[in-house]
Design a protein around this ligand. Structure first.
Ligand SMILES: CC(C)(COP(=O)(O)OP(=O)(O)OC[C@H]1O[C@@H](n2cnc3c(N)ncnc32)[C@H](O)[C@@H]1OP(=O)(O)O)[C@@H](O)C(=O)NCCC(=O)NCCS
Length: 176
Protein backbone atom coordinates (compact mmCIF):
# COMPACT_ATOMS: atom_id res chain seq x y z
CA UNK A 1 0.00 0.00 0.00
CA UNK A 2 1.30 3.43 -0.92
CA UNK A 3 2.04 5.92 1.84
CA UNK A 4 -0.27 8.83 2.55
CA UNK A 5 1.94 11.36 0.79
CA UNK A 6 1.35 9.72 -2.59
CA UNK A 7 -2.33 10.64 -2.40
CA UNK A 8 -3.66 13.32 -4.71
CA UNK A 9 -6.98 15.11 -4.99
CA UNK A 10 -7.53 15.94 -8.65
CA UNK A 11 -10.26 18.33 -9.79
CA UNK A 12 -12.65 16.39 -12.02
CA UNK A 13 -13.95 17.72 -15.33
CA UNK A 14 -16.93 16.73 -17.45
CA UNK A 15 -14.73 14.15 -19.20
CA UNK A 16 -14.54 12.36 -15.83
CA UNK A 17 -18.35 12.04 -15.66
CA UNK A 18 -18.39 8.34 -16.73
CA UNK A 19 -15.71 7.52 -14.15
CA UNK A 20 -17.58 9.35 -11.39
CA UNK A 21 -20.85 7.70 -12.39
CA UNK A 22 -19.23 4.31 -11.96
CA UNK A 23 -17.69 5.22 -8.60
CA UNK A 24 -21.03 6.65 -7.44
CA UNK A 25 -22.61 3.25 -8.06
CA UNK A 26 -20.10 1.59 -5.70
CA UNK A 27 -20.58 4.37 -3.14
CA UNK A 28 -24.38 4.25 -3.20
CA UNK A 29 -24.31 0.48 -2.87
CA UNK A 30 -22.18 0.89 0.26
CA UNK A 31 -24.58 3.51 1.61
CA UNK A 32 -27.59 1.26 1.00
CA UNK A 33 -26.41 -0.58 4.14
CA UNK A 34 -27.03 2.63 6.10
CA UNK A 35 -30.13 3.85 4.22
CA UNK A 36 -32.21 0.74 3.47
CA UNK A 37 -34.69 2.83 1.44
CA UNK A 38 -32.19 3.18 -1.42
CA UNK A 39 -33.61 1.29 -4.40
CA UNK A 40 -31.80 0.04 -7.47
CA UNK A 41 -33.30 1.24 -10.76
CA UNK A 42 -34.75 -1.13 -13.35
CA UNK A 43 -31.50 -0.77 -15.34
CA UNK A 44 -29.47 -2.17 -12.45
CA UNK A 45 -28.00 1.21 -11.56
CA UNK A 46 -28.72 3.52 -8.66
CA UNK A 47 -28.04 6.66 -10.70
CA UNK A 48 -27.09 10.10 -9.42
CA UNK A 49 -29.14 12.84 -11.06
CA UNK A 50 -27.11 15.72 -9.64
CA UNK A 51 -23.81 14.76 -11.26
CA UNK A 52 -24.26 17.00 -14.38
CA UNK A 53 -24.70 20.00 -12.04
CA UNK A 54 -21.03 19.63 -11.07
CA UNK A 55 -20.10 20.76 -14.59
CA UNK A 56 -22.81 23.42 -15.03
CA UNK A 57 -22.54 25.05 -11.56
CA UNK A 58 -18.80 25.27 -11.21
CA UNK A 59 -18.96 28.18 -8.74
CA UNK A 60 -20.88 26.13 -6.21
CA UNK A 61 -20.09 22.48 -6.92
CA UNK A 62 -16.71 20.78 -6.76
CA UNK A 63 -15.84 17.26 -7.86
CA UNK A 64 -12.52 15.56 -7.16
CA UNK A 65 -10.98 12.18 -7.87
CA UNK A 66 -8.83 10.72 -5.10
CA UNK A 67 -5.76 8.93 -6.48
CA UNK A 68 -3.26 6.84 -4.60
CA UNK A 69 0.09 6.45 -6.36
CA UNK A 70 -1.74 7.48 -9.53
CA UNK A 71 -4.49 4.87 -9.25
CA UNK A 72 -8.13 5.70 -8.62
CA UNK A 73 -8.87 5.41 -4.91
CA UNK A 74 -12.14 7.31 -4.48
CA UNK A 75 -13.89 10.62 -5.03
CA UNK A 76 -15.30 13.66 -3.28
CA UNK A 77 -18.29 15.83 -4.20
CA UNK A 78 -18.55 19.12 -2.30
CA UNK A 79 -20.96 22.04 -2.56
CA UNK A 80 -21.04 25.69 -1.58
CA UNK A 81 -24.26 25.81 0.38
CA UNK A 82 -25.15 23.23 3.01
CA UNK A 83 -28.50 21.72 4.05
CA UNK A 84 -27.22 22.15 7.61
CA UNK A 85 -26.34 25.88 7.47
CA UNK A 86 -28.27 29.04 6.61
CA UNK A 87 -25.24 30.88 5.21
CA UNK A 88 -25.24 30.05 1.46
CA UNK A 89 -21.45 30.19 1.35
CA UNK A 90 -20.83 27.42 3.86
CA UNK A 91 -19.08 24.49 2.19
CA UNK A 92 -20.45 20.99 2.59
CA UNK A 93 -19.30 17.48 1.77
CA UNK A 94 -22.07 16.00 -0.36
CA UNK A 95 -20.40 12.62 -0.98
CA UNK A 96 -17.07 11.12 0.05
CA UNK A 97 -15.84 7.68 -0.92
CA UNK A 98 -12.70 5.59 -0.60
CA UNK A 99 -12.54 2.25 -2.41
CA UNK A 100 -12.45 -0.72 -0.06
CA UNK A 101 -9.02 -1.66 -1.41
CA UNK A 102 -7.61 1.55 0.10
CA UNK A 103 -9.52 1.84 3.36
CA UNK A 104 -7.94 2.08 6.79
CA UNK A 105 -4.63 3.20 5.34
CA UNK A 106 -5.04 6.95 5.81
CA UNK A 107 -6.30 7.69 2.29
CA UNK A 108 -9.58 9.23 3.47
CA UNK A 109 -7.90 11.36 6.12
CA UNK A 110 -5.33 12.68 3.66
CA UNK A 111 -7.98 13.38 1.01
CA UNK A 112 -10.08 15.31 3.55
CA UNK A 113 -7.11 17.45 4.51
CA UNK A 114 -6.31 18.13 0.85
CA UNK A 115 -9.95 19.11 0.31
CA UNK A 116 -10.00 21.53 3.23
CA UNK A 117 -6.71 23.04 2.08
CA UNK A 118 -8.04 23.42 -1.46
CA UNK A 119 -11.29 25.05 -0.34
CA UNK A 120 -10.65 27.05 2.83
CA UNK A 121 -13.65 28.49 4.67
CA UNK A 122 -16.58 27.46 6.82
CA UNK A 123 -17.54 23.83 6.42
CA UNK A 124 -20.18 21.36 7.48
CA UNK A 125 -19.83 17.59 7.37
CA UNK A 126 -23.04 15.58 7.77
CA UNK A 127 -23.00 11.91 8.64
CA UNK A 128 -25.75 9.51 9.62
CA UNK A 129 -25.44 8.02 13.09
CA UNK A 130 -26.15 4.70 11.35
CA UNK A 131 -22.84 5.00 9.48
CA UNK A 132 -20.68 4.21 12.50
CA UNK A 133 -17.41 3.85 10.57
CA UNK A 134 -17.84 7.17 8.77
CA UNK A 135 -18.86 8.87 12.01
CA UNK A 136 -15.64 7.72 13.68
CA UNK A 137 -13.70 8.76 10.58
CA UNK A 138 -15.14 12.30 10.44
CA UNK A 139 -14.96 12.86 14.18
CA UNK A 140 -11.27 12.02 14.01
CA UNK A 141 -10.47 13.97 10.83
CA UNK A 142 -12.37 17.10 11.86
CA UNK A 143 -11.08 16.88 15.42
CA UNK A 144 -7.49 16.70 14.21
CA UNK A 145 -7.92 19.57 11.75
CA UNK A 146 -9.52 21.89 14.28
CA UNK A 147 -7.76 20.70 17.42
CA UNK A 148 -11.18 20.08 18.90
CA UNK A 149 -12.63 23.49 17.95
CA UNK A 150 -15.43 22.08 15.74
CA UNK A 151 -19.00 21.93 16.96
CA UNK A 152 -20.93 18.68 16.71
CA UNK A 153 -24.72 18.86 16.63
CA UNK A 154 -27.57 16.45 15.89
CA UNK A 155 -30.35 16.89 13.30
CA UNK A 156 -33.36 14.68 12.73
CA UNK A 157 -32.88 12.09 10.01
CA UNK A 158 -34.23 8.79 8.78
CA UNK A 159 -33.61 6.00 9.66
CA UNK A 160 -31.08 7.59 12.05
CA UNK A 161 -30.34 11.17 13.13
CA UNK A 162 -27.57 13.10 11.42
CA UNK A 163 -24.42 14.30 13.13
CA UNK A 164 -23.25 17.65 11.82
CA UNK A 165 -19.69 18.89 12.31
CA UNK A 166 -19.23 22.63 11.75
CA UNK A 167 -15.80 24.21 11.58
CA UNK A 168 -13.52 26.50 9.63
CA UNK A 169 -10.62 25.29 7.53
CA UNK A 170 -7.61 27.57 7.47
CA UNK A 171 -5.01 26.08 5.11
CA UNK A 172 -1.95 27.22 7.04
CA UNK A 173 -3.24 25.48 10.18
CA UNK A 174 -3.45 22.11 8.48
CA UNK A 175 -0.58 20.09 9.86
CA UNK A 176 -0.16 17.35 7.24
C1 LIG B 1 -15.58 6.53 5.71
C2 LIG B 1 -14.42 6.34 4.71
C3 LIG B 1 -14.38 7.52 3.75
C4 LIG B 1 -13.10 6.27 5.51
O1 LIG B 1 -12.02 6.23 4.57
P1 LIG B 1 -10.61 5.55 4.96
O2 LIG B 1 -9.65 5.89 3.87
O3 LIG B 1 -10.80 4.14 5.30
O4 LIG B 1 -10.23 6.36 6.28
P2 LIG B 1 -8.78 6.46 6.97
O5 LIG B 1 -7.96 5.25 6.66
O6 LIG B 1 -8.18 7.78 6.61
O7 LIG B 1 -9.19 6.43 8.51
C5 LIG B 1 -8.69 7.35 9.47
C6 LIG B 1 -9.23 6.98 10.82
O8 LIG B 1 -10.68 7.11 10.82
C7 LIG B 1 -11.24 6.08 11.65
N1 LIG B 1 -12.00 5.14 10.82
C8 LIG B 1 -12.02 5.06 9.47
N2 LIG B 1 -12.88 4.08 9.08
C9 LIG B 1 -13.37 3.53 10.20
C10 LIG B 1 -14.29 2.47 10.45
N3 LIG B 1 -14.87 1.77 9.45
N4 LIG B 1 -14.57 2.16 11.73
C11 LIG B 1 -14.03 2.83 12.75
N5 LIG B 1 -13.13 3.87 12.59
C12 LIG B 1 -12.82 4.20 11.33
C13 LIG B 1 -10.06 5.36 12.30
O9 LIG B 1 -9.75 6.06 13.48
C14 LIG B 1 -8.97 5.56 11.25
O10 LIG B 1 -7.68 5.45 11.77
P3 LIG B 1 -7.03 3.96 11.98
O11 LIG B 1 -7.24 3.22 10.69
O12 LIG B 1 -5.57 4.27 12.23
O13 LIG B 1 -7.75 3.36 13.14
C15 LIG B 1 -14.57 5.00 3.91
O14 LIG B 1 -14.75 3.94 4.82
C16 LIG B 1 -15.74 4.98 2.94
O15 LIG B 1 -15.61 5.43 1.80
N6 LIG B 1 -16.90 4.46 3.38
C17 LIG B 1 -18.08 4.28 2.53
C18 LIG B 1 -18.70 5.61 2.10
C19 LIG B 1 -19.03 6.49 3.27
O16 LIG B 1 -19.61 6.10 4.27
N7 LIG B 1 -18.65 7.78 3.11
C20 LIG B 1 -18.89 8.80 4.11
C21 LIG B 1 -20.25 9.36 3.98
S1 LIG B 1 -20.56 10.58 5.25
Amino acid sequence: MAGPRTISLDAATSSDAPLLSNLLELYIHDLSDVFPGIELGADGRFGYDKLPLYWSERERRFAFIIRCAGRIAGFVLATRGSPAAEDPDVLDIAEFFVLRRYRRSGVGRRAAVLLWQRLPGKWTVRVSEGNAGALAFWRGAVGELTSGAATETTRPGHPNPWRVFSFESVPELVAI
